[in-house]
Design a protein around this ligand. Structure first.
Ligand code: TTP
Ligand code: MG
Length: 362
């Protein structure tokens, strides 16, 4: 079956949010990052600044030399996270199959939900419009048959662009594509490919899989695929959690460890059920507990190298309680899960919604 994939990427994301919130920054070259005096670097810059050669990850001092009138503002991560959430909410109006790559970028698989009426292109247009209306920023979109081409396409007419590569145009589109556009081909690989006379995907098609492997190792297999416009990778909705936890707030404070044994037993069973449901057994890294005292202060205690045994929770709670030795309003038990290391911290949404159980018995 022919898939329909959309790749969405916000235009100069952090800079767009800053310009939206401060009209004085509009129409002038501006960037978001640390100050030159403090050896800062830029996270990104608007398109006016890009005309001067200013780029993401560039030291601010260097950017100021390229563009002396550049205005640099500090990042406000909470705003970008908030905007990112709204964006994902908009995507979720259309499909559940969303794979976020960063705060401002995601793949959507709309194969199942699109039809002759609601085409993938229409969905992309609707998303772009909703983002503009709700967030007052622009996103670029690419629509095609797989992740690779959708991603290249979203970059094609940036900023504020929509590029559709329909199935019957994939072959010609890819043939003419510069190898530098293939994700994974950085400056070094591109240079090496140029030395072998490989400039476009059409050039790469001339090479056998064997030769590509010999020169480029495992990546040679990817090159062989991409040069033909092939990419079988599924859009993987992010289900990666960082922790699983349960907690309980008491209607009447609990005085201390002597009183809470039966409560822990119940909570522990709930936690086990949640871990089971999340299929998170293999990923347990640490056990942790949370205590909220009757003065509303909160404390957490963690222990590495346990597989979340009930006795460990008793110990951790006793340890936490000693810190204040006051009546307790809330107890939480949880496990932190191993980060598989594959993702940068902003890549996946933090998903740690504790199961709150309101006490009806105490
Ligand atoms: P990008 O989507 O790579 O860049 P962008 O949205 O600023 O610009 P474009 O129009 O080309 O898509 O990254 C998204 C945000 O991530 C960006 O606004 C700032 C942040 N970022 C960094 O903090 N450091 C970096 O090196 C890069 C590339 C991005
Ligand atoms: Mg972007």
């Amino acid at each position: 079956m022919q898939r329909k994939i959309i790749h969405i990427d916000a235009d100069c994301f952090y800079a767009a949010i800053e310009m939206r919130d401060n009209p004085e920054l509009q129409g002038i070259p501006m960037a978001v990052g640390g100050s030159a005096e403090r050896r800062g670097v830029l996270t990104t810059c608007n398109y006016d600044a890009r005309a001067y050669g200013v780029r993401s990850a560039m030291p601010t001092a260097q950017a100021m030399r390229l563009c002396p009138q550049l205005t640099v503002v500090p990042p406000q991560m909470h705003k970008y996270r908030e905007a990112s959430k709204v964006m994902r909410g908009i995507f979720a109006n259309f499909t559940e199959i969303i794979e976020p790559l960063s705060l401002d970028e995601a793949y959507l698989d709309v194969s199942e939900i699109s039809d002759e009426e609601l085409t993938a292109t229409r969905i992309a247009k609707a998303i772009r419009q909703q983002v503009r209306e709700e967030l007052d920023i622009t996103v670029s979109a690419g629509v095609s048959v797989n992740k690779f081409i959708a991603k290249v396409a979203s970059d094609w007419k940036k900023p504020d662009g929509l590029t559709v590569v329909p199935p019957d145009e994939v072959d010609a589109f890819v043939a003419a594509l510069s190898v530098k556009k293939i994700p994974g081909v950085g400056a070094v690989t591109a240079e090496k490919m140029h030395r072998y006379g490989l400039r476009t995907c059409a050039d790469v098609r001339e090479w056998s899989l064997h030769d590509l492997r010999r020169r480029f190792g495992k990546f040679g297999v990817v090159l062989h695929e991409r040069a033909r416009g092939r990419d079988e990778r599924p859009v993987q909705p992010s289900r990666v959690r960082k922790s699983v936890s349960v907690e309980r707030t008491f209607t009447e404070d609990v005085s201390g460890p002597a009183e809470w044994a039966p409560i822990i037993e119940r909570l522990y069973i709930n936690l086990m059920e949640r871990i089971e449901a999340a299929k998170a057994w293999h990923a347990i890294d640490k056990a942790f507990v949370k205590l909220k005292f009757n003065d509303f202060t909160t404390t957490t205690v963690e222990r590495v190298g346990t597989k979340a045994v009930e006795a460990d929770y008793q110990d951790l709670l006793a340890e936490g309680w000693e810190r204040k030795a006051k009546p307790v309003r809330l107890i939480g038990l949880g496990v932190r899960l191993i980060d598989d290391g594959d993702h940068v911290s902003e890549r996946l949404p933090f998903s740690d919604t504790p199961l709150s159980e309101n006490d009806t018995t105490a």
